[in-house]
Design a protein around this ligand. Sequence first.
Ligand code: ARG
Length: 425
Amino acid sequence: MSSDRKISSIATSSYEADPEQVHRVLLLYSGGLDTSVMLKWIQDEYEAEVVCLTVNLGQPGEDYEVIRGKAMQLGALDCHVVDAREEFAREYLAPAIRANALYGGGYPLFTALGRPLIAKLAVEHARSSGCDTVAHGCTGKGNDQVRIEATVATLAPELKVIAPVRSWQMGREEEIAYAREHGIPIKSHPTQGTEQEAPYSIDDNLWGRSSEGRWIEQLDHPPEDDVFQLVTRPEDAPETPELVELTFEKGIPVALNGERLGLVELIERTAAIGARNGVGIVDHIEDRIVGLKVRDIYEAPAAAIILPAHQELERLVCTIHQNQFKPQLDRQWAFLVYAGLWWEPLRGDLDAYMDQVNERVSGTIGLKLYKGHARVITRASANAVYDASLASFSESGGLFSQAASPGFLELWSLQSRMAWRLRNE
Ligand code: ARG
């Protein structure tokens, strides 16, 4: 049966599938246009069976029964729906919080954190369903292909990968034509747009939502209102500020306004509070791994509250030296994760440091949210390297000798003074 396969091999790497070897494919299926067309296309072009996997990472507004039904209707052998929210929060978001993870100064990495988990689950389900190949819907211009394929190639050298969007040379119009021709329902997915208008390219999960494409590609085009589907526009947010308190234990938020919550629920509730106050919008230019620069509109209301709160608490319990050092490692951590190297041992090495520092990051931070801003206003921690009586301008009872200061600063400024003199003599 292999001789009349329509597709030919143009593999440039060891893990890309030779069409002859593709018999059963695990497809990462979202229910959107690309992966629905792909589901049919793989069956036709490769004459292969397709098993679908849909992963719930907390993206709002999905009906997983509908997605599963659609996959089965389009000929999938099976469609597994996995609720991975707990694992995502515990194994991916918790370390990100400890590392204050932001890429490029503004992107809290929700997609970058989700992809290695999705790809790890793809490997597990490919193995248990007897698949030889993993297929995904990422383009050849983005970061997500890197994150998924690096994960599959690392965890499962025996599996091959196909990425039809990179090779099938169908634009949106051709995909819609293909869908019509093959009885694939369009428009049943919220982010799919209409037949007339291309949608934004959306990706979302518990930790945030990104929009790319359309006018976002014009750098001088200010955000249009319809892009904000998660966060209230700051100008429409309530006139009265809202206060929130986050309690952390060892760097992980464990209570919201005094109520103890599991991490998933805590993030969901914090996101809702942030969203209604217009918090978490980022209009971001970023350097992709593949060399391109891209503009993203992010809505990440939970991250915009939890990360600054965590960072504030960390600053309070750490010394000046730790506070000077850790941001360098935070940045390295964020870059590795952005760049698709979740499984790189350096990430684990960095995590060991993050965990060690976060042993003492316990306490409560209060923030005031108002029309798009989240500002820390109160702090409390038993581990704070802080003594109000020392810091006070009033007398500190001999604990801090102001008389010693002139001697200290004579030595502290010694080299700078010598260098100044040499340059100005
Ligand atoms: N620029 C972000 C990143 O690289 C978001 C990507 C969103 N992915 C998507 N398929 N729309 O992580």
